[in-house]
Design a binder for this molecule. Sequence first.
Ligand code: DX5
Ligand code: ZN
Length: 229
Amino acid sequence: MAHCAIHPSILSADFVNLERELGRIRGADAVHVDVMDNHFVPNLTLGLPVVKRIAESTQLPIDAHLMIEDADHWAPRYAELGLASVTFHAEAARAPIKLARDLRSNGAKAGMALRPATSVLPYLDMLPELDLLLIMTVEPGFGGQSFLDLTLPKIRTAARAAADADLDLAIQVDGGISLETIERAAEAGATVFVAGSAVYGAESPEDAVAALRRTAGSAAGGTPRTSSE
Ligand code: DX5
Ligand code: ZN
């Protein structure tokens, strides 16, 4: 059974009780923190000082997803906090290769995200610069949206390119991940799964994490299907 990582998104948690909410996902592989600036996406969440306190308040690795403009300037500031991974959006970066190198040199895994309508094809040559490729499976900005099946060919293309080049690249999916959709994403080649409402909307977030991991693990296993993007 392939190893699949589950990263609960605290966007669906109670923001007034973040420390308690972090304690409800102890079995997770990392905590996914959504940073939004009301410019790159039409929503506003939290910034550097709060992410710093979250990192100080949990043993879990922090997976920061930056939905913000001017990523070239801001993303390295997040890496300096000692986060496990920092993911910027390709659409918000002027020099993505330089930025990915900056993140790695600050000790963070370098992640790059693509909105649903952004093709992965122009970025295939730079995959060796990344540790994580985040394929958004909803339009970024809000939790609780429906999974977009039109992103599946892109997941397959990216997973195939990474396998062909023998890269150690995590393929992350984010948006609309549930017990129902996680199988399709895993079969297509995703290896890291962000889930907000499916985890924090459950009676037991811990049990939800375990169930998602089991379902993804049994759906993965096979090799990614032929690319069709
Ligand atoms: C949306 C965020 C997601 C969000 C996912 O822009 O990037 O991380 O929390 O929430 P669900 O799992 O409810 O779609
Ligand atoms: Zn996210």
